[in-house]
Design a protein around this ligand. Structure first.
Ligand SMILES: [Zn+2]
Length: 342
């Protein structure tokens, strides 16, 4: 057998293999150290219709109540018009978009199909955490300190929550310094059902064009946080990860309400392992209510009427979360075992 024939045989074999590879539909892949699945396949299996908004770059998955918009290479997904941070960017393979399985489990599914928690109960006590205080001023622009406005917002929100029938605990009610670990510890000790930390933002360089609220909840295990100082993926589980799906749902409902009711720019639902979030054993969020470095938004933050509106928006978000978590269809139980409706 000639050498040329052997070479031809090899060439034909590689050609055949190449054709098979090209004709094979996109399969799950391993990228960024993660298992990725084709978005279109995942959507179909879960009863969502898929179509391209921009072929190869932007895909929409939708059903009767939800619209998800995914962008190639982006870590933000639009969930009914609100940005939600993914842990890993949407990838592309042979013209199809793929999503990390971890993001389906920790960012998409908990919002699309919120599960009624096994220990579902009415929310009675909410712990409010006005950021900073005392020697810790927080962000400081001109003569304005963040600590002043986080406390003012917390007191306003306390009044509105109490009017709505909730018990409220404050981690500080005056200009006092409270250690970070002590804040969630207080919520844990006093059996709070939710923990809400209140902050206002500033760009590190004082750049003044960034504006809008953003709401944080705990980073999923195995992922890096969204913020620039985010710790790595090997941080390990925290106490807060046990209720991370409910924290995400709370963060989403509050962010959505802030954006809708304030007409604000949406900076999205983000993930971080902040001290005050990672030790909370109940659903916990951290709201950055806007930018003190933005010329217009800062004026609103310093205005009591605007903070009243912001507190109303947070309250509405909490009520929406309560409705979702208590009204979700319960897992059917045997008739004899079914608890009385309460
Ligand atoms: Zn702060």
């Amino acid at each position: 057998m000639s050498k040329r024939f052997t070479w031809l045989k090899k060439f034909a074999w590689w050609l055949a293999l190449g054709l098979v590879f090209c004709l094979t539909p996109v399969q799950a892949a391993y990228l960024n150290g993660q298992s990725y699945v084709p978005l279109a396949d995942w959507a179909r299996v879960n009863g969502l219709k898929c179509y391209w908004l921009e072929r190869g770059d932007k895909i929409v998955a939708t059903n009767r109540t939800t619209q998800l918009v995914f962008d190639k290479d982006s870590r933000m997904v639009g969930v009914n018009g609100i940005n939600v941070a993914l842990s890993f960017p949407v990838a592309s393979d042979h013209g199809a978009l793929l999503i990390a399985q971890l993001d389906i489990n920790t960012a998409i599914r908990p919002l699309l199909f919120p599960a009624r928690p096994a220990d579902a109960r009415r929310i009675t006590t909410i712990c409010l955490d006005p950021g900073h205080g005392g020697k810790d001023t927080g962000n400081h622009t001109f003569w304005h300190s963040e600590k002043t406005y986080t406390l003012a917002l917390a007191l306003e929100l306390r009044d509105q929550l109490q009017k709505a029938g909730f018990n409220v605990i404050l981690t500080r009610s005056k200009d006092a310094y409270v250690e970070l670990p002590e804040r969630p510890a207080m919520a844990n000790r006093r059996g709070a059902d939710l923990f809400v930390s209140l902050h206002f933002n500033a760009t590190p360089t004082g750049k003044n064009e960034v504006e809008g609220p953003q709401t944080y909840c705990i980073t999923p295990v195995g992922a890096s946080s969204t913020d620039a100082q985010g710790e790595g993926a090997n941080f390990g589980p925290t106490a807060a990860n046990r209720v991370e799906q409910r924290s995400l749902l709370l963060a989403y409902q509050v962010q959505r309400s802030l954006v809708k009711n304030l007409g604000a720019n949406d900076r999205g639902v983000r993930r971080a392992r902040y001290w005050v979030l990672r030790d909370a054993t109940m659903p916990a969020i951290l709201i950055e209510g806007g930018y003190m470095t933005h010329p217009l938004e800062s004026k609103k933050i310093y205005n009591a009427a605007y903070r009243h509106q912001m507190a109303q928006a947070v309250l509405k978000g909490i009520l929406a979360y309560q409705k979702l978590t208590s009204a979700a269809v319960p897992t059917p139980l045997p008739a004899t075992n079914r608890p009385a409706d309460g």
